[in-house]
Design a protein around this ligand. Sequence first.
Ligand code: GLN
Length: 225
Amino acid sequence: MRIGILALQGAFQEHAVLLEEAYRQLRARGGTVIALEVVEVRTPSELASCDALVIPGGESTTFGIVAERNGLLDDLRRFVRDGSKSVWGTCAGLIVLADQISGGKSDGQPLIGGLGVRVCRNHFGRQTESFIAPVSMPFLSDEPQRPLESVFIRAPVVDVILADDYKANDPKSAPVEVLGRLLSGEIIAVRQGHLVGTSFHPELTTDARFHKWWLETCVLGLTAR
Ligand code: GLN
């Protein structure tokens, strides 16, 4: 199993550290856990070798420019729509996975799309309005009652769930589930089948519980949720 971390810009090394830690914890629990490799992805052939992908935070407009320049955008769109490959976007990664954005550049910005939501960029304002907030994630397998201290940096929120995207009879289509909200109600984590998006940056903490959940549930399919 090879997990790629898109390394065009942004916080990609931090994801690798927490994925390795999550994998170490899964193995320490015992039982058979498939061999796992975490690699950085910058080219179409590196992407093609991966079974799952993390799209890190950073700046979604820069992402669009660099992904187009590297000839990666169409490959990323195919990867995300493959349906068998788990993809998780954090912050700018959530923005580029969304089918629609509000608060984007007026002339549009390239997106990968695939996640049936509309995302509002920079919902909380500027860099100086960055904050850390507890988010309840009772589905996490370790200490589920302990909220995840989540880092928001010029973060987006999901402001609309595009329900039309879900076709109950199509096995490739899945409903959008809300995984987390702020106490003020904003949706900041969603899952639609093989796609996950979070507004915050779990990779900028030392808490590997969300990475572990993604690895065991979405990538390795070890748990039911
Ligand atoms: N505000 C950034 C954007 O629009 C995202 C910030 C982040 O990834 N921390 O792309």
